[in-house]
Design a protein. Sequence first.
Lengths: 299, 338
Amino acid sequence: MTASGRPAARPRSPVREFVTPEGVDLRLRIGEAGERAAAFVLDIVFLVLTLVAFTIAVAIAGFGFLFSRRQELAEFTAVVWTLGSFLLTNAYFIVFELSARAATPGKRIMGLRVAARDGGRLTAEAVFARNAMREIEILLPLRFIVASAVAIVDPISGWLVLLGLGWSFAFALFPLFNADRLRIGDLVAGTWVVKAPRERLAADLLGAAEAGQDRFAFSVEQASAYGIKELYVLEDVLRQRDARSLTAVADRIRAKIGWTRGEGETDLAFLSAYYAALRGRLEARLLFGHRRRDKFDMG
Amino acid sequence: MTAPAVADLRLKSQRFRAEREADWRRLETLLRKAEGGSPAKLTEEELLAIPVLYRATLSALSVARATALDHRLIEYLESLSSRAYFFVYGARASLRERFALFFAETWPDAVKKLWRESLVSFAVLFGAAAAGYLLVARDSGWFDAFVGDGMAAGRDPTATTKFLHDTLYAGPDHRGGLAILASTIFTNNASVAIFAFALGFAFCLPTLFLLIQNGLALGAFFALYASRGLAFQLGGWLLIHGATELFAIVLGGAAGLKIGWSVIFPGEKTRLEAASAAGRSAAAVLAGVVVMLVFAGLLEGFARQLITNDLVRYAIAAATLTVWLGYFYLPRQPRRGP
């Protein structure tokens, strides 16, 4: 039954092997290009808003000092603005990525974090390197776009600008051309951006199935009709509790295992009970070394 | 909600979960506390508990993968283990310790290792300066080619000697403007340094171009001032901050070259490994370059405007250069410990 067997490693899979020093593979998922882009846009929005608020505050203070004829203090606010805006734009990404969650606010919202590709510590140098590279990923294309708006009247420099634009977009769009979605900064710093989901521990479905278990006595053959793949599908259906899919799935399973519907038997109760039976059967076989992938897998 | 007694549970995976769930929840609470704000909020006991709970969770994950078929549970354990992993193996040094380590070790070590690239970068910058000097000295028409109008600000071959002389000694109208000057100079230079570093990735060429461009302008200015007998004075005016700033530019260029070189010639490593190894050490150099530029901005904004004696200017230049060279290249005692 090779036809039903999944290939061992799918090239498009977002799951990456990441073995801890204890020898356990954490199976990290890399952040998708869309999530990365969304996180970046969010960060830019936050950054611009902060910068605008900072500028307004400094401007109010500066004009206040000017009108009260305190020249030195007005000049001091100018210095504060120059250094503050430089610090804000350059340190925003670095400081947040050096924090315990290794993610900017945008990445936090998208459930992402930065990690060292080799599994080691995320060092300050790496964070600095990956963010210094934004210069050629973001600012360089921007400069060429501005330049192209200026040079549009002059055909020769226009062509040069077009060339530069293409060249710089190769940097900006770099993450789209590799499987790990590394941008130039990730490449140079030896980092990558992985998903950091904060899963909640969902209730065990078996707990719900305990009540009224006795009405359903499945035979071994009936409890062996499916494999792990179908078990997971059944789990999802039970968790979503959509009435139509419950009915559809319950009917399919009844037909397959030849179960006659009893008096007052609800689809939910039937499926819960069957889930418990199927999982019990599959786990029992798992303990003996048989991992039955799906219903076609006859071991 | 009452949990059923462990003995009542039918499946092994159920019992497995019931026995360990409390530990997982405790780890989750501790991690939320640690990630939320400062790890300093955790008590010592809690800090010690995290690695223990982490290892327990990790082994639970292995067991769950092998024996349990509740895939929500496995996903939960994967996410919890990853979060704990990043905390346990993450950097726990405080910001102050990190700064101390950076200035005591990371930065000078990284600069020292970059000596070859630094020499190349130095040679390119000053080679270009020499070329710019010779070309402009022979034909002042080259001046406009090397120095943009905005940069020249009237200091071109048509300017009078008196005007050129005054640019070297006249400060701004009032002393209060110096802080603004210093901060503007710093932010401008720091942006250029970071840009030059990033450009190094494109196979060194843009970094070299930037170095050559700056060197040519430097040489052109020297030729112009030398033609009026002001070379010595220009030297003092330039070097008082230039000893620091040009050093920083050389190091920034070297950091860019290092990255570009490792991408072209990765040696025995893969190109990706070579780039990230080079990138990290070059980034340490660059972070230091920004610090150097703070000093250069202060020297340029304040010291140069306030000190108009040539010899004092040269003395300050020599002192700063000695300090930097000694700090970076003098052998030091190896640190004890791991």
